[in-house]
Ligand binder design. Sequence first.
Ligand SMILES: Cc1cc2nc3c(=O)[nH]c(=O)nc-3n(C[C@H](O)[C@H](O)[C@H](O)COP(=O)(O)OP(=O)(O)OC[C@H]3O[C@@H](n4cnc5c(N)ncnc54)[C@H](O)[C@@H]3O)c2cc1C
Length: 264
Amino acid sequence: MAATPPPIETEALIIGAGPAGLFLAFQLGLQEIGCHLVDVLPEPGGQCAALYPDKPIYDLPGLPVCSGRELTERLLQQLRPFNPPLHLGQLVSSVQRQPDGRWLVRSNGQNNGPNNIQAWLAPTVFIAAGVGAFVPRKEALPELEPFEHSAPVQVCYHGRPTKAALATARHVVVYGGDAAAVELALQRKLLPVDSATMASAEPGLYAVGDINHYPGKRKLIVCAFHEATLAAFAAAAQLRPGQRQLLQYTTTSPRLQQLLGVGG
Ligand SMILES: Cc1cc2nc3c(=O)[nH]c(=O)nc-3n(C[C@H](O)[C@H](O)[C@H](O)COP(=O)(O)OP(=O)(O)OC[C@H]3O[C@@H](n4cnc5c(N)ncnc54)[C@H](O)[C@@H]3O)c2cc1C
C-alpha cells in the first residue's frame, strides 16, 4: 500500500466545487485567504454541471437565462485571478480536529486507483458538499475494469465523457444516459449553522449551500452565494483576529481591483 503523502497546509479547504464552493473560493480570494478546493467529480460545477448542464436557470440575479454549464464556466472565469488548486476525483472521507485546533481532511482518489490518497491541514474548513457525493453506478462487468483508467479505450460511468477522457482516449465508451449513469448518494445529512456566519458548532468548520440548515434556509443558488459571502467574512475574522473588517466595493476599491488584476 502506498504511504499517505504529508498533508497540504492551507488557510482554508473547501469540500465541494459546486456553485457554493466555487463562489466561496472567489469570496475568500477577496479576503486574501488562500484556499484549496476538493471534489469527488472529475469536473467542477456540482449539480449544475453533473445533472443539468444544458438546462436553463432563470432566477440568477442579472442573468435572465443561463445554463448549468454556462454558470459553471462563468464562476470559474470569475475565480481565475485567485487560481486556487482544484483537486478533482477525490472523495473526502474524514475531517478530524487536530490538537493544535486545525482540521485534518483526508480523501480517497477515485480515478487513479485506490492508493491515490490526499490530505490537507487547515484552520478553516468549508463544507459545500450539496446533497452529497455523486457516486458513479458501475455496470457489473469485471471484464470492463481494466479499461477504466487506460487509453486508447476508456470506460466512463458518467453521463458524458470528461474532457480528460476525450483528450487521452481514442475510443470512449459511455454507459447509460445523463441521469441513468449517475447515482446520487443522498446522505440527507444537513449541518446546522449560524445564519450570520455559516459557522457550525465546531470552531473553524463552516457549511454553505444545499448542505447547511438554518431558519428560513432555501436550497437555491442565489442563497448559496449569499452564504458564501458571509462565510468568507467570518473566516477572515477568525483567521485575522483584531484586524478591522472593512466593507469594500469591487467597483471602487483599489485593493480589491489589484487582487482581481483589473482597473487602473
Ligand atoms: C434539475 C435541477 C434544476 C435546478 N434548477 C435550479 C434553478 O433554476 N435555480 C436555483 O437556484 N437552483 C436550482 N437547482 C438547485 C441548485 O442546483 C442547487 O441549489 C445548487 O447546485 C447547490 O449548490 P452546492 O454547491 O451547495 O451543491 P452541489 O451543486 O450539490 O455541489 C456539491 C459538490 O460537492 C461534492 N461533494 C459532495 N460530497 C463530497 C465528498 N465527500 N468529497 C468530495 N466532494 C464531495 C459533489 O460532488 C458536488 O460537486 C436545481 C437543481 C436541480 C437538480
